[in-house]
Design a protein around this ligand. Structure first.
Ligand code: BGC
Length: 246
């Protein structure tokens, strides 16, 4: 029998697609996390098939929430920075629901992860302007004010003064590609945070994604005024938030 306090959360990333069944009352995983490599090219049909395989893996027929690395307006994919360009314009809610035979709702991945922090993590009870950043293949962002999400911000696409987009200057993928040590990467990331601070003046910054687990390795390089902390739910926030939004 289906339990209505459970849903399947899926996080579609540039390198992996991950899912787990989540208790939406307390944000805890009910199952182990299941991960599949993101197939290349990551076309919407192939991503839909992969989501179906993950739902089948869990024998799951209930609701599914999905975080996706794009601007998503009412289920429609508007951008494709790190996935196949053929995703643009596709109604992901409709396509993914049709291919999987389940009811799926799709949201921007950083918004979903930030939403989990809002419910159960570091943004809970915080009423000021909070900026949530996920640092992985790209840089995703979510903005919260008075406990409300302002969706689809794309602060990873800000141009730095060296004319690179922030996510081409200081994402986790760039750290690996350029073989930067944490100190040197931290200096770059701090430059980006300083820029964000002059534009937004957030009162709290929360870091999610892969880099959040290594915060102590680069925190000494961070000199901005706003308090900055790793996400409480670390790398699981994306799955938990997607499940909550299902
Ligand atoms: C995308 C965002 C996404 C972020 C993290 C960026 O390249 O444009 O929509 O949130 O990557 O995956």
């Amino acid at each position: 029998m289906l339990n209505f306090m459970e849903s399947l959360g899926i996080d579609v990333g540039g390198s992996g697609i991950k899912g787990a069944i989540v208790n939406t009352k307390n944000g805890e995983f009910i199952t182990e996390r299941h991960r599949t490599e993101t197939p290349q090219p990551a076309t919407p049909e192939i991503i839909a098939e992969t989501i179906k395989q993950i739902a089948d893996h869990f024998n799951w027929t209930g609701k599914i929430g999905c975080g996706f690395p794009s601007v998503i307006q009412n289920g429609i994919i508007r951008t494709a920075a790190n996935i196949d360009k053929s995703c643009i314009g596709v109604n992901a809610n409709e396509l993914f629901s049709a291919v999987t035979g389940r009811q799926i709702k799709v949201y921007n991945d950083a918004d979903a992860a930030g939403f989990a922090e809002l419910r159960f993590g570091k943004v809970k009870n915080f009423k000021g302007l909070a900026l949530f950043l996920t640092v992985g293949t790209g840089i995703g962002s979510a903005l919260f004010y008075e406990g409300k999400l302002i969706p689809n911000t794309e602060f990873g696409h800000m141009y730095m003064n060296n004319k690179l987009k922030a996510e081409h200057f200081t994402s986790d993928a760039i750290r690996k590609k350029e073989d930067l040590n944490w100190k040197n990467w931290g200096k770059r990331f701090n430059e980006y945070l300083e820029y964000m601070e002059t534009l937004l003046y957030p009162e709290l910054i929360i870091l999610g994604g892969g880099a959040s687990k290594k915060f102590e390795k680069f925190s000494s390089e961070i000199t901005i005024k706003a308090p900055i902390e790793p996400a409480q739910l670390l790398n699981n926030a994306g799955i938990i938030g997607a499940a909550l939004l299902a």
